[in-house]
Ligand binder design. Structure first.
Ligand SMILES: NC(=O)C1=CN([C@@H]2O[C@H](COP(=O)(O)OP(=O)(O)OC[C@H]3O[C@@H](n4cnc5c(N)ncnc54)[C@H](O)[C@@H]3O)[C@@H](O)[C@H]2O)C=CC1
Ligand SMILES: O=C(O)CCC(=O)C(=O)O
Length: 411
């Protein structure tokens, strides 16, 4: 099932659970605005290259639209649409005053030089600068983008609108980025996992953990979970996969990845088939890369007891059903990875106030938000007798529906 069909399906199930009227359901589903732009840049060798960029602004009933920008060869309009919709429910689950958006450019950032990436980002910003803004739509990093990408967007946007640090989050600290934002999604994964395990009388220490994806989210999640005594027994990225049943030394792996630009060739573990990483024997599986990786073909062979969705939309609805029958507990993306956008919110607040928080305050506030989000989702599960995904969807959809009705927007 493609990402949009899957996200729409989960939304519709939640809407039914909540008894939303069909007009409201329709208006919540249709995106506010979909932008598609052509971005042509001169390459370093003087030839021209064209790319397609997207920004889908899904909903703004609760506040400015918010969400990352992804650079990846598989970016397509349906996927961006699904990811934008997920942002709407995610910001509502986190209870931060935003709507949802997502953007992307269909490109392979690994094939582009630093200056080509800068030119591409600036051209994309020139095409969308009138449609984003501090109080309309605030981009952030996602797969394939990083604080440097945000610095270029900020600079290009500021040429048209004056210096506006709050127009993007996930910026470098020197340009008004928040302390703790880089680690925030991974740290949020840690807090959400702790809250979930507590329900089962367990802690992180001693849990055998597998992480797919070792970029921003996966590497921080692995590092923070291992600091709490979790045993990271397998890790993969686009270059390969490694396994060590006694636990991978994450600090050494981070050093290796810095030098070799991937986990491949790491000497502190055995090399394994990256396609089998999700099926490794473990207690906790953390997909932290692409969407749709857990599907009807592999769900029955998953051995983990808990799946923490650090990536967006890693689990297909068909897989959800299979996992539920097997008794696997899935902590859904719109709760599990909401730490990133939550600290983005703190960054935006700091920029608007012109006042910087210290890192301890950022991390403490993040813990409060993640713990509250988990508690609110559990309450919805109890009210509607549903699993965590439906608990999270119904919580998010209900908050957005209430705001929509209060603003008098229903058709
Ligand atoms: N960066 C953030 O703050 C947030 C990111 N997310 C989600 O987390 C996921 C990861 O994002 P980032 O860590 O920011 O991206 P990133 O670009 O920093 O890292 C992506 C990682 O996935 C790996 N990867 C790519 N294709 C793979 C494959 N086929 N098999 C195994 N590994 C593969 C890459 O090698 C890299 O290690 C995405 O789904 C993203 O939407 C969700 C919330 C916030
Ligand atoms: O930090 C943000 O604004 C958005 C992060 C994001 O794209 C996500 O949560 O999927």
């Amino acid at each position: 099932m493609n990402a949009l069909a899957a996200t729409n399906r989960n939304f519709k199930l939640a809407a039914r659970l909540l008894g939303l009227d069909s007009k409201l359901e329709k208006s919540l589903l249709i995106p506010f605005r979909e932008i598609k732009v052509e971005c042509t840049i001169p390459k370093d060798d003087g030839t021209l290259a064209s790319f397609v960029g997207f920004r889908v602004q899904h909903d703004n009933a609760r506040g400015p639209m918010k969400g990352g920008i992804r650079y990846h060869p598989e970016v397509d309009p349906d996927e961006v649409n699904a990811l934008a919709q997920l942002m709407t429910w995610k910001t509502a689950v986190a209870n931060i005053p935003y709507g949802g958006a997502k953007g992307g450019i269909g490109c392979n950032p690994g094939d582009l030089s630093f200056s080509e990436l800068e030119r591409l980002t600036r051209v994309f910003t020139q095409k969308i600068h009138d449609l984003i803004g501090v109080h309309t739509d605030v981009p952030a990093p996602d797969m394939g983008t990083n604080p440097q990408t945000m610095a270029w967007i900020l600079d290009e946007y500021s040429k048209f609108h004056g210096y506006s640090p709050a127009v993007v989050t996930g910026k470098p600290i020197d340009l008004g980025g928040s302390l703790g934002r880089d680690a925030a999604t991974g740290r949020g994964v840690l807090f959400a996992t702790e809250a979930l395990l507590k329900e089962y009388g367990k802690g992180i220490a001693g849990q055998r953990i597998v992480v797919q994806g070792f970029g921003n989210v996966g590497s921080w999640a692995a590092q923070l979970l291992s600091e709490q005594g979790g045993k990271i027994v397998a890790v993969s990225d686009i270059t390969g996969a490694i396994k060590n049943s006694s636990g991978i030394d994450i600090t050494s792996l981070l050093n290796h990845v810095k030098e070799s630009r991937g986990v491949k060739g790491f000497s502190g573990g055995d090399s394994i088939d990256p396609n089998s990483i999700l099926l490794e024997d473990c207690d906790i599986l953390i997909p932290a890369a692409l969407g749709g990786v857990i599907n009807r073909d592999n769900a029955k062979d998953i051995k983990a007891k808990f799946i923490i969705e650090a990536a967006n939309h890693p689990t297909d609805p068909e897989a959800d059903e299979i996992l539920s029958k097997k008794g696997v507990v899935v902590l859904p993306d719109i709760l599990a990875n909401s730490g990133g956008v939550t600290v983005s919110y703190f960054e935006w607040v700091q920029n608007i106030q012109g006042f910087m928080w210290d890192e301890d305050k950022v991390n403490a506030e993040l813990k409060t938000y993640m713990t509250k989000g988990f508690k609110d989702v559990k309450e919805m599960c109890k009210t509607h007798d549903c699993d965590l995904r439906m608990g999270a969807f119904s919580l998010g959809v209900n908050r957005v529906a209430r705001a929509t009705l209060l603003r008098g927007w229903e058709a």
